[in-house]
Design a protein around this ligand. Structure first.
Ligand code: PLP
Length: 388
């Protein structure tokens, strides 16, 4: 293998202090055992119990969101938030092609259609300029709604994704959304602990979502959260995820087809212990980032991706950029590192190339194509930054 690959391997091993390294494993530093035992003892391990509300309140306090609704995972959080914001069958939803497949799946679960837009190198999120130019070109306003001139379908919302915890330029995206009458739902699945001008990810748009999958910053085993500052949006979301059941001490009255998407109490118990240690976890993660920054600073073939201006990022996954000419060169490096038991990953395969999304509408995706070829994520488990 070439010198570059060996350098990367050596630096990662130094930083992770290990011969093998996982991409992002959870860390349990607090009262996880106590809360889980207490939850089991209470027998309330399912959709009712005290930990759900306690966890929601802790998330509200940490993020500054007025409302937080706990659900079973981040994907259904997107699906429910879109529903509540008013998505209709066959609406188009603007999303980056460079995101986890869950974003696009959730759009399809609403019977709506992903409409892919390009990303920018600056934040790795949706490029505001591309978004605006694209909409100018392909859309038309009618009765306060936006339509795609080519497909005839309504364009309902935009979902900015804060990739790897770096916050997209929300001021510009919101301005464009306002101008074109679009709803804004932030996919902040990866960005718990990321702030832009001291405002937490997921609190800029009409709604936002978080994920607590085991590989995210904190975990509930599986879980997600809908964030919003709008009380009617919050109320509707809670209703929909609770089988659309009307409040009554003993009658079962449901007024529409709802879902059973509530987070179980036992998962929330884990979440409570996790979020109590969020600042320690974020500190450990910052330690790792500092080491990677230093390790790759003087290497002119490797660019460490730094948080965009104004953003205090959680650096969910640390990422480097290497100017490969072909994807096969990237894959050669990844093969080498993974064979050495170092979990490095490419970014996701661009979604517009996947078979189920190939026919979806899209803008030019030149920057996304370039980023797909050049980005490599590095082992970023909080464990590797412990106590240093
Ligand atoms: C993890 C993730 C999701 C989905 O969250 P789950 O809890 O795994 O369903 C959605 N979008 C992005 C960008 C993610 O990273």
């Amino acid at each position: 293998m070439n010198r570059l690959s060996r350098t990367i391997l050596k630096e990662i091993r130094k930083i992770t202090n290990n011969s093998s390294a996982l991409l992002h494993e959870p860390i349990f530093l607090g009262k996880e055992n106590n809360y889980l035992k207490d939850c089991i003892k209470s027998t309330f391990v399912s959709t009712s119990g005290k930990y759900i509300q306690i966890f929601e309140n802790k998330v509200k306090k940490f993020t500054g969101a007025k409302h937080a609704i706990a659900v079973v995972n981040g994907t259904v959080a997107i699906q429910m938030a879109l529903r509540v914001l008013g998505v209709k069958t066959d609406d188009e939803i603007l999303i980056p092609s460079l995101t986890f497949v869950g974003t696009a799946n959730a759009v399809r679960h609403c019977n709506s259609i992903p409409h892919f837009v390009d990303s920018e190198s600056f934040s790795l999120g949706i490029c505001p300029k591309n978004l605006e130019n694209h909409l100018k070109k392909i859309s038309i306003k009618k009765n306060n709604n936006l339509y795609n001139k080519i497909t005839g379908r309504r364009i309902f919302a935009v979902i900015p994704v804060h990739v790897f915890g770096h916050i997209t330029n929300m001021e510009k995206i919101k301005k464009i959304a306002n101008k074109f009458k679009l709803k804004v739902l932030e996919d902040a699945a990866e960005s718990l602990g990321s702030f832009y001008n001291n405002k937490h990810a997921g609190t800029f748009g009409h709604a936002g979502i978080l994920s607590f999958n085991a590989n995210k910053v904190i975990t509930t085993g599986g879980g997600g959260m809908i964030l919003t500052n709008n009380s009617s949006t919050a109320k509707k979301a809670r209703h929909l995820i609770t089988t659309a059941k009307l409040n009554h001490p003993w009658k079962f009255i449901h007024n529409e087809v709802g879902w059973n998407y509530r987070m179980p109490n036992i998962n929330a118990a884990l979440g409570c212990a996790q979020i109590e240690k969020i600042n320690t976890i974020l500190k450990y993660k910052k330690n790792i980032t500092k080491k990677y920054q230093k390790a790759f600073k003087s290497n002119n073939k490797i660019t460490f991706f730094n948080q965009p201006n104004g953003c205090s990022s959680n650096y969910w996954l640390n990422v480097i950029r290497i100017k490969f000419k072909r994807i096969s060169e990237r894959d050669k490096l990844l093969n080498f590192l993974n064979k050495k038991k170092i979990q490095c990953r490419p970014v996701w395969n661009l979604l517009h190339k996947l078979p189920m999304f190939r026919k979806c509408p899209r803008s030019k995706l030149n920057i996304s194509e370039q980023l797909e070829k050049e980005l490599i994520t590095l082992p970023s488990s909080p464990l590797y930054g412990k106590g240093k």
